[in-house]
Design a protein. Structure first.
Lengths: 221, 261
């Protein structure tokens, strides 16, 4: 059965798609930075911090990793107002993505930290480096080099998962696609275009992250 | 041909012609004679027709059926139907009239007749009591929730002035959740959805701000029944004048009849 693509019907809505794409990119960039920061803090706290703090991190990580992202998002957007915290859909989207990536990257970075030989930490301490200097220069640098591919993958996964924020009316790329579909009824064309845009975005992000990795971890381990 | 074959064919033809149902000349007369009116009602569309906890049908349309039967002095026999088969039930005389939140469309007018309107069924913008919105222009600077692709959402996009923020959700439940949780203070939806919200959340009941599209409900019956139409119109007009319809609207839709009904 041959289907003739009617991409022309989507042309008047190119601006809607562009705005959605920009929202998705900004959402991903900000959430990635914040999420990796949360992950670094969480992993460091779990490995080197006081026991009670480590336990809090465990609870947070297990809670987020074992519940669906959309449920977390709905809880933040539809549930929190009942407790008096009413967030706009954009803030709710950023928060949910940051919390989600934070939990997964905590575990990824923790694996990297635990792979750093204890001897290196002792060497650093014996060179009169402070605990924070050891953490930053000896532990985290090596940890990130080891787990960077896994972390990049998780970032891409969270970027693709950002499509879900359209469900709380955050105006991302998927929201734009849904909107255009409801006006033109060209579901095949519009979701094909959206999928291609997400694909190109993922490829671009992977290339960017790979380049960044090469710049950051240039010297041999 | 054998001698009696012709006779048999003739008898057969007569039998076939005789079994064609005669057009009912007067539906109203047969109803009054049988002392029963068969009314097709919905059972899956609250608040117009649904099944209560005691497994008995209840709703606006059921009350309307009882009202009409009482005015005619006959017993009402409720026949549960669905949106798909209600017109067919009427055409095959399995039901005498249809009271099932039926809207008047040109396609339906070709096959059945309608009474005057007995229940409001409109989509509009609803909101919390304290928000002051009386017409589309008042929406500037405000946020309205709507279900993407619904007729009221498309109409609202055209009606709303620039400066209005329309938050579109994927389905009715998300839109209702947004209103109930306080994420939006205004929603564009149908009056039945608003009634359901009001029933479950009396402290945050949506009040009608203005109507977007009015598509009231009519009683449906077969064509060429002037006697039945006249009597039904008369009963409905009297119910409206005596306040019976207002009572039904308050009871099932938790809202007064819209102005101009």
């Amino acid at each position: 059965m041959i289907y003739h693509l009617q991409l022309g019907d989507l042309l008047p809505y190119w601006r809607v798609l562009l705005d959605g794409l920009i929202f998705t990119v900004v959402l991903t960039v900000v959430s990635t930075i914040a999420g990796v920061a949360v992950g670094t803090a969480g992993a460091s706290a779990r490995t080197f911090g006081p026991v009670w703090l480590g336990r809090c991190v465990v609870v947070y990580v297990e809670l987020i990793r074992n519940t669906p992202f959309i449920v977390q998002l709905f809880f933040i957007f539809f549930g929190l107002p009942a407790l008096g915290l009413k967030l706009s859909e954009t803030v709710a989207a950023f928060l949910a993505m940051t919390i989600n990536l934070g939990a997964y990257s905590t575990e990824i970075i923790r694996a990297g930290i635990e792979a750093v030989p204890k001897g290196h930490i002792e060497a650093g301490m014996s060179l009169a480096m402070s605990k924070w200097e050891v953490l930053r220069h000896v532990v985290l640098k090596q940890a990130f080099r080891k787990i960077y591919p896994a972390l990049s993958s998780q970032i891409i996964i969270v970027m693709l998962g950002s499509a879900v924020v359209s469900q709380i009316s955050a105006e991302d790329l998927t929201y734009a696609a849904n909107f255009i579909q409801s006006r033109t009824f060209r579901a095949f064309e519009v979701y094909l275009v959206a999928a291609v845009i997400y694909l190109l975005l993922a490829i671009a992000m992977r290339a960017l992250l790979r380049g960044l990795g090469r710049v950051l971890f240039r010297s041999a381990a | 041909m054998a001698p009696y074959t012709r006779i048999l064919s003739a008898l057969f033809a007569v039998a076939v012609l005789a079994s064609v149902p005669r057009a009912r000349a007067d539906e109203l007369a047969s109803i009054m004679a049988a002392k029963v009116i068969k009314v097709a009602v919905p059972q899956d569309f609250a608040p117009f027709g649904s099944v209560g906890l005691d497994m008995k049908p209840q709703g606006y349309d059921i009350d309307m059926a009882e009202l009409i039967a009482k005015a005619l002095g006959v017993r009402a026999e409720l026949i549960p139907v669905t949106t798909a088969n209600r017109i067919a039930y009427l055409q095959t005389h399995k039901a005498d009239i249809v009271i099932s939140s039926l809207g008047k469309t040109p396609e339906r007018e070709k096959v059945i007749d309608f009474s005057i309107a007995y229940a409001p069924f409109y989509s509009g913008v609803f909101g919390t009591k304290d928000i002051k919105v009386d017409k589309p222009a008042d929406l500037a600077g405000k946020t309205v929730g709507a279900t993407r692709g619904a007729i009221e959402e498309q109409a609202l996009t055209d009606l709303a002035p620039p400066g209005t923020t329309i938050k579109r959700f994927e389905d009715n439940n998300a839109t209702i959740a947004a209103f109930v949780s306080g994420q939006v203070d205004l929603v564009a939806t149908g009056n039945t959805a608003a009634a359901v919200i009001a029933e479950r959340n009396p402290q945050r009941a949506p009040a009608l701000k203005f109507v977007i599209k009015d598509s009231p409900c009519y009683v449906g019956f077969n064509k060429d029944e002037p006697g039945l139409k006249a009597k039904l119109d008369d009963i409905i007009a009297k119910a409206k004048a005596e306040g019976e319809l207002e009572k039904l609207s308050q009871k099932w839709l938790k809202a007064p009849l819209p102005p101009g009904f």
